[in-house]
Design a protein around this ligand. Structure first.
Ligand code: PBG
Length: 333
């Protein structure tokens, strides 16, 4: 082999030691890539664990603010807020979604008062507020109505902007909602409120633990969201969804779930070159954590590898329940 100078190309040469390896590293995970999704409870001094997401807690606003300053100190600069709505506030018309004194609105304004530099991303969708757990208003047959739902989403998004949200994030998958929300925000004077569109959101079975966490699982019962969320078999359709959201005024787009859909993240980035986010969802957190807790996977190494994979696929940032653990690991590196 060596007598005729073969192999000419020795790929292992650049892997010889750590300094060489880091010199030729293509992608890096940084704490500023991380967005931490949090579940908010009514009341004060409340903390509840989520059984299907070991290590994740629902927090009342006062507890959330205390924790958030620690996360801020670790370098986390963005939170995605998900309110846990008591059953008596849920209804067919989801009016709690745009209550100026609602839990989401309260959490947004308190967080912005306490930590003005922490970006607050609010979820725009009706599922925490509907008695049936669907993301929109339904007709007698249970079908989710598009345009009627968009009217409510507009009110919800404006109420979040009034409370101080930096970014509103419609996760409902109704058609035309991005344009309608942009127009409403602008006409109310919120020209600098950003829209992060859940553009390619799939009708995934990986959301189960989230529905436990926000308490919509029991409401949705055996139902599903296939008449508005995307078919996991489709990829070209994701490109159309993303194009429409960009044309309607989305500042940032998202692919969800994460790891099983990295091909969509890559296609999106290649096609549009816009700020692209991915959501490592509750089911991904749950399955990773289950394997860590069994001792089957190395927690620290796998958390960082799973998040780096999103960067390699083209994501600019990742919504992840591992955000705090990852921020700690990154600060030790
Ligand atoms: C609600 C919403 C969901 C998630 C984020 N926003 C659930 C759903 O669509 O049923 C899922 C997040 C996760 O699983 O971590 N519209």
């Amino acid at each position: 082999m060596s007598s005729n100078n073969f192999p000419v190309r020795r790929m292992r040469r650049l892997r010889y030691n750590e300094s060489l390896r880091s010199l030729v590293t293509e992608h890096q995970l940084h704490v500023s890539d991380l967005i931490y999704p949090v579940f908010v409870l009514p009341g004060k001094k409340q903390r509840e664990s989520v059984s299907s997401m070991p290590g994740v807690e629902r927090l009342s606003v006062d507890e959330l603010i205390a924790e958030a300053s620690e996360w801020y100190a670790l370098g986390i600069r963005a939170l995605a807020i998900f309110p846990v709505t008591p059953a008596e506030k849920k209804s067919l018309c989801a009016s709690e979604a745009f209550n100026p004194q609602g839990l989401a609105q309260h959490a947004i304004s308190e967080l912005k008062n306490a930590l003005p530099e922490m970006l607050v991303i609010s979820d725009v969708a009706l599922d925490p507020f509907t008695s049936h757990g669907q993301d929109g208003l339904v007709d007698d047959s249970g079908y989710v109505l598009n345009d009627e739902t968009v009217e409510v989403l507009i009110k919800q998004a404006v109420s979040h902007a009034k409370a101080g949200a930096d970014i509103v994030a419609p996760s409902d998958m109704m058609d035309g909602r991005i344009g309608a929300i942009r127009e409403a925000l602008d006409s109310e004077g919120f020209v600098n409120t950003c829209i992060m569109a859940y553009s390619a959101k799939y009708a995934s079975s990986y959301y189960g633990p989230f529905r436990d966490a926000v308490g919509s699982a029991a409401n949705i019962k055996g139902g599903n969201k296939k008449s508005y969320q995307m078919n996991p078999a489709n990829s070209d359709e994701a490109i159309q969804e993303i194009r429409l959201d960009i044309d309607e005024g989305a500042d940032m787009v998202m692919v969800k779930p994460g790891m099983p859909y990295l091909d969509i993240v890559r296609r999106c980035k290649d096609e549009f070159r816009v700020p692209t986010f991915a959501y490592q969802v509750s089911g991904e957190y749950a399955m990773h954590t289950a394997a860590f807790d069994q001792g089957w996977l190395d927690r620290e190494a796998v958390i960082l590898e799973s998040l780096l994979a999103f960067k390699r696929a083209g994501a600019d940032g990742i919504l992840t329940y591992f955000a705090v653990q990852a921020a700690k690991l990154l600060s030790q590196k």
